[in-house]
Design a protein around this ligand. Structure first.
Ligand code: CU
Length: 209
């Protein structure tokens, strides 16, 4: 085994096994906030980036602390966050709920929070993931949920944002908002990098170096 193939073998091994558990990565910069506002009795959900896709990234071999282990081995990302656009007053005892109306099969969602407070997230399955409710009660703060997928490809999810009472039911007299989020689960750049080095080695050998 020559020096170059040793380096490739070591880098592949370190990426695959024996890693200490960590918190998952924040994937996708800058943050993309779905701005929620209530004007009169009409909810709005504004997404500046239109149908531009956010990347779900894969980190093979990593293990994650606590409940964050649900993301292991999957492409995942937390770029999208729900955020209040100004002061929202849905009425006494009421809140804002978000319902997943439709999604590409295979898209999973786990509950997050502020991006820098990963240790405080529940990582509970939401929006239908693992049999959970399609409705999630937004606490009104900035929440970046974790989106994940087993398979590479394009995904999208459409949500209804509505005013809900303490029991979670829609309150009459308010107009809902809808928003669609777009995702792309991609292969691992690290794996491509290893393949790239392997290709380089093959080229060197062909040249007899
Ligand atoms: Cu944010």
């Amino acid at each position: 085994m020559n020096k170059f193939s040793m380096i490739v073998a070591v880098s592949m091994f370190s990426g695959l096994a024996g890693a200490e558990p960590i918190w998952p990565h924040n994937v996708g910069m800058p943050m993309r906030h779905i701005m929620i506002s209530l004007e009169g009795n009409t909810l709005h959900a504004h997404a500046d980036w239109g149908d531009e896709r956010t990347i779900l990234q894969r980190f093979p071999g990593e293990t994650y602390l606590g409940a964050a282990s649900v993301l292991e081995g999957k492409a995942y990302g937390d770029q999208y966050g729900w955020l209040a656009d100004g002061f929202i007053d849905p009425g006494p005892g009421n809140g804002i709920s978000i319902e997943l109306l439709s999604a590409t099969p295979g898209l999973e969602t786990y509950e997050g929070g502020m991006r820098m407070m990963k240790a405080s997230h529940t990582y509970n399955p939401i929006f239908g993931t693992a049999g959970s409710s399609m409705v999630w009660d937004w606490p009104g703060t900035m929440v970046h949920n974790w989106y994940a997928a087993e398979l590479n490809g394009d995904y999208e999810a459409t949500y209804r944002i509505f005013v809900s009472d303490a029991a979670g039911n829609a309150v009459a007299g308010y107009a809902d908002a809808t928003v669609t989020l777009y995702f792309r689960a991609v292969p691992t750049p690290g794996a491509l990098g290893v393949l790239g080095v392997g290709g380089l080695l093959a080229a060197r050998r062909r040249r007899g170096s």
